[in-house]
Design a protein around this ligand. Sequence first.
Ligand code: ADP
Length: 430
Amino acid sequence: DAPPTGKVSTRFDLEKETELRFEVEAGEAAEQVELELLTGMAEVFGSELNRNKKYTFGPGSKIAVFTWQGCSVNLYGKPEVAYVSKDTPMLLYLNTHAALEQMRKQAERDNERGPRVMVVGPTDVGKSTVCRLLLSYAVRVGRRPTLVELDVGQSGVSVPGTVSALCIERPADVEEGFSVQAPLVYHFGSTTPGTNIKLYNKLTSRLAEVFSQRCEVNRKASVGGCIINTCGWVKGSGYQALVHCASAFEVDVVLVLDHERLYNELKRDLPHFVRVVLLPKSGGVVERSKECRRDARDEKIREYFYGFRGVSFYPFSFEVRFSDVRIYKIGAPSIPDSCLPLGMSQDDTQLKMVPVTPGRDLTYHVLSVSSAEDGEEGARKDIVESPVCGFIVVTNVDTQTQVMKVLSPSPRPLPRHTLLIMDIRFMDMK
Ligand code: ADP
């Protein structure tokens, strides 16, 4: 089989329990890199590779090909870096999976619920990767775990600025990650929990509630348990949000990646029956710059509208009259305590639905389309805790004609008319 498009090919022979790490250059013009397993067996973040199949990785990808038994692979193209490492924490991660699997077996036997696991640590320690690994391993042994995504900056499930839950039914695709069908998504509105910690905690509780309800009616989901991915903000309110999450989900296990102080704090503050485990991060995890993270967020939104590689979507562009929609921002700017009306607390302002008057500054903002029924005032309270049914981007605002132009994944009309504004903007360069 000839190398694709005449790219240079480099062969790597890996001994057992080692991994090949490579990075694809970032940027639009960067060349993709292809990976092919020639002999033996190998996996990428918990998903097995098929032999003689070429997997393509786009700009900015950071990949590890791990082998338990030994293998040889080819890379086609010029990765920014590529090296083999013998020093990986994969055995510890596999043991973690084995321990969780024991808990699931026990849950099955005793008619109880399976492990609820929270993965915590600062940014860029491989939290998402560990979640993906544990979920793929679980599904490979026939479980149906749930991924709970609380990282509002870098969501693996939906666009940034959201929290979500997804039932995992098959291992992650080597190139594309988990197949995202029918996730449950809630609007948060910004890329850091700090902008509205009260709302963040509220949504965490809501997801926990919905997950628990599902576990009551679905035995497989209950036994499968959940893996919760969290934000990298581990101090102050960020830390409190982790403690809140642990209690809302009644987690059984907390995996702390590479942060001894956080590990000690959680051991001190969580109930004694919660198993808090300190795990090393992989030396392969690459620190990402601010720009890199912003690009990844942009890419996630672009994918939402235009699809991913093989699958192209064709979004629609149409006009929406101001009078046909109601736009809200969740959370009023905080005012001094002394100015609050009697009986009202700062907390109430953080969950308040503040009507937004459409103006030019709405342009490029991402808006969530709430699934809440288009009721009047009375329904406002439910909006915060209603899932989102999709997203649109405002591409133009005409205050003269009172009309805005939007980019939407589905044709007009909008399925619902309650829109929630995000801090996040998306400029469509296509
Ligand atoms: P976090 O969720 O803690 O921010 P991620 O799991 O997203 O971190 O990992 C950061 C980056 O490092 C990702 O691009 C991921 O693909 C990459 N990565 C993770 N583990 C490895 C590894 N062993 N070798 C190479 N790259 C890795």
